[in-house]
Design a protein around this ligand. Structure first.
Ligand code: ATP
Ligand code: MG
Length: 399
């Protein structure tokens, strides 16, 4: 005997009124997408304000649970056992088989909660509760009824067949992808930006990403690492486009013409400007970075202000008040950490000053950038025009 269906629970607060359909359609679509890569076939059906997933006989249970637990908008995943409707005597046996198979404890307290959707069924829900409760008590001496605070609930739904579930596996929470707008993530090979991107996806935001590459100062391996990170992220964010921008000329120009203690901040400003160009042409409503206050010199509040100054779109920084350890914990949880710590230099580490400015004045930075006036525009143009755009998807063959 094994579970052949899943009942999907989702948060109720966000799905009132008009939004409900949008929310449910997006959730259905994301569940189907997630299950496409799992062995077996699945049909996702919306029924009376809930989702049921019917699984084929040969389906991969663990794979299905793992895939569904990455779908945002789900709060609980309930494996459901289905029995033929053959009268109450047979139902009494079935519920005991179900308790033996799927309930975590055969001791402690329980409560049966029946729901009779098939009104032709001869017993009403109270009577079913009583019959099944009694059958369980007779079969499992360690179990007792507690209708107020039971250790486990046993849900029984009587339709054309009988559906039973007890376990509620935790879902990822958040909002289904595609229910908010799109944002452009500045994705580096570090620990923070992949976590930042996945956090935004959790609120339903669709992503696009840009990576600034500086060959030969940054190796092909560094770029591969970013693509690998993007691929891991895409298990949560869905497929997205990654623009790889050649940043070498711009970085060299800044290095030659601007004060070295301002290098990082000026570089960051050019990254934001270019990211915004991609964002606007890709219908994005904002930029996303992995910045966190005080983490490094370029992330003091003064530096963040100077970076922000060049953007007209909102800049979302979901990790702004996270400690590094909290970010690391999350990177481990989503599976990006091991890749992030591979030791390939990123383009910022090569050009960092020994003593970067920690409290830049916006006006001073603007003045320093004037040294680039004659040369920078064509360089930015070229960087945008020659960017390589990759389609990232969880399936490596589908790049
Ligand atoms: P991360 O772990 O995300 O690299 P970090 O602590 O190394 O963060 P910084 O290098 O200061 O921080 O970068 C801050 C943010 O700027 C990053 O989170 C990312 O959003 C963006 N960024 C930095 N370098 C790049 C790059 N080469 N390409 C794209 N975005 C970048
Ligand atoms: Mg970095």
């Amino acid at each position: 005997m094994k579970a052949s269906h899943f009942l999907i629970k989702y948060g109720e607060i966000a799905v009132k009124g008009k939004n409900r359909n949008v929310f449910e359609d997006a959730l259905g679509k994301q569940m189907r997408r997630a299950l496409r890569r799992v062995e077996g076939s699945f049909s996702v059906e919306k029924r009376q304000g809930r989702f049921f997933i019917h699984c084929s006989d040969d389906f991969d249970y663990d794979g299905a649970v793992a895939a569904l637990s990455k779908v945002y908008g789900i709060v609980g995943i309930c494996p459901v056992y289905v029995f033929e409707e053959c009268g109450i005597e047979s139902l009494r046996k079935d519920v005991c088989a179900f308790v033996r198979e799927s309930c975590e404890h055969e001791s402690g307290t329980f409560k049966v909660k029946a729901r009779r959707s098939n009104k032709k069924y001869p017993l009403d829900s109270m009577e079913i509760n009583r019959e099944l409760g009694e059958a369980i008590l007779e079969t499992f001496p360690g179990l007792q009824v507690d209708v107020h605070e039971p250790d486990q609930m046993i849900y029984v739904e009587v339709r054309e067949k009988i559906y039973m579930y007890s376990t509620i596996l935790p879902g990822a929470g958040g909002m289904p992808l595609g229910t908010a707008g799109k944002a452009m993530l500045l994705l580096s090979g570090g620990i923070d930006s992949p976590v930042a991107g996945v956090r935004m996806a959790k609120r339903g935001v669709t992503l696009e990403a840009v990576y600034f590459h500086a060959p030969p100062y940054t190796s092909e391996r560094a770029k591969e690492k970013v693509i690998d990170l993007a691929r891991i992220m895409s298990e949560y964010t869905g497929p997205f486009r990654l623009h790889v921008v050649n940043f070498t000329d711009i970085q060299m120009a800044i290095y030659e013409k601007c004060p070295h203690d301002e290098l990082t901040i000026i570089m960051r400003r050019y990254m934001m400007r270019i990211a915004e160009e991609f964002a606007l042409s890709g219908d994005c409503l904002g930029l996303v970075t992995g910045e966190s206050i005080g983490q490094v010199a370029s992330q003091t509040m003064q530096s963040l202000r100077a970076t922000n100054d060049v953007c007209s779109l909102p800049v979302y920084r979901p990790l702004i008040a996270f400690d590094k350890q909290e970010i690391i914990d999350e990177a481990e949880r989503i599976g990006t950490f091991e890749t992030s710590i591979l030791p390939y230099e990123d383009c910022c580490t090569i050009f960092v000053a020994k003593h970067p400015l920690t409290k830049p004045e916006v006006q001073a930075i603007v003045n320093s950038e004037k040294a680039l006036d004659d040369i920078i525009d064509p360089m930015v143009r070229k960087a945008v025009d020659t960017a390589e755009t990759l389609r990232i998807s969880p399936d490596p063959n589908n790049l």
